[in-house]
Write a protein of this length. Structure first.
Length: 305
């Protein structure tokens, strides 16, 4: 198919297939002449919340047929695109980066690395016994492509992985979320890696925290609102947390999450490592080639009608 594409990276313009005009837009002030855009790759800004210029311009593209995200999550655009527009996401592009960061969060929490960093800065030498990841039972809630990548990195650490998805898949030893009340009391670490939907908003709240044993660890690398922040704060350190996403995000400067005992967080950086860029550009080359040739697109999450 022909038309005009708007993409983020120069590589994709250089490798544009014949018959497809490709322009660059990396965010900021909107480009001119959006009326002919048929394919729009939303520039990747990992920690931005809400609607900004990158999303506002969607309404100024009457010929748009494909909206391409390079993030795995897509909840932020569902109310912004007409029914006839095909929505594709970046499934798979963040698997390695997010899985690495998840493992880093778990190890940092178990081995208290934030504490040792503070002690070093304050010239204090105070060794204490540490928790181990080995022999732990780790639950992954959201057993999709990123969840599987996390599991692959966890298994060499001699852990038992408990897989949970929205629905049970017995043939893959995957439990459904309805089984959480029976499973949570037996795990040491919970990893949340689900997208944000009506079903997952507040998925992990007061009831779920109460089912966890003392000193358990909850890691959230999915979406902030999947975890109930008030319920976490009410733990007052009984259950620990390592977060890459928060609700609100970012927390206001006076928010209690900054000082919550047993909680530390990173600023929504799990998916944006150096591994992401080359994979995303390669994916976009192939996706544009599919679009220009009239072939089925990859990673369709909502077919246009």
């Amino acid at each position: 198919m022909g038309g005009r594409a708007l993409v983020q990276w120069e590589q994709n313009r250089e490798n544009a297939p014949d018959g497809l005009h490709v322009d660059l837009y990396a965010g900021g002030p909107a480009p001119r002449e959006l009326e002919e855009v048929t394919f729009y790759q939303v520039p990747y800004v990992p920690s931005t919340q809400g609607v900004d210029e990158r999303l506002e311009i969607i309404g100024r593209m009457p010929e748009l047929r494909v909206l391409q995200l390079v993030s795995a999550g897509y909840d932020q655009v569902l109310g912004l695109i007409p029914d006839h527009v095909t929505l594709c996401n970046g499934r798979g592009l963040h698997d390695a980066s997010t899985a690495e960061h998840t493992l880093a969060l778990i190890l940092a929490a178990q081995r208290e690395l934030p504490r040792w960093a503070i002690d070093q800065r304050e010239h204090r030498w105070a060794p204490t016994p540490q928790r181990s990841l080995a022999d732990s039972r780790v639950m992954i809630i959201g057993y999709g492509s990123i969840g599987k990548a996390i599991e692959r990195r966890l298994l060499p650490f001699e852990v038992e992985v408990v897989r949970v998805a929205s629905r049970p898949r017995p043939e893959q030893d995957v439990h459904g979320v309805d089984e959480l009340p029976d499973l949570l009391p037996e795990v040491d670490v919970v990893v949340l890696v689900t997208p944000l939907t009506d079903a997952t908003r507040g998925l992990f709240g007061t009831r779920e925290f109460a089912l966890l044993r003392d000193d358990a660890l909850v890691v959230n690398v999915g979406r902030g609102a999947v975890l109930d922040t008030d319920a976490l704060l009410a733990q007052n350190g009984r259950v620990r947390a390592a977060l890459d996403v928060t609700d609100p995000e970012p927390p206001p400067v006076d928010h209690p999450l900054w000082e919550a005992p047993g909680v530390y967080f990173t600023p929504h950086v799990a998916g944006g490592s150096t591994a992401f860029g080359p994979r995303a550009r390669t994916f976009m080359d192939a996706q544009l080639a599919r679009w220009a040739a009239g072939e089925p697109l990859a990673n369709v999450v909502r077919p246009g009608r």
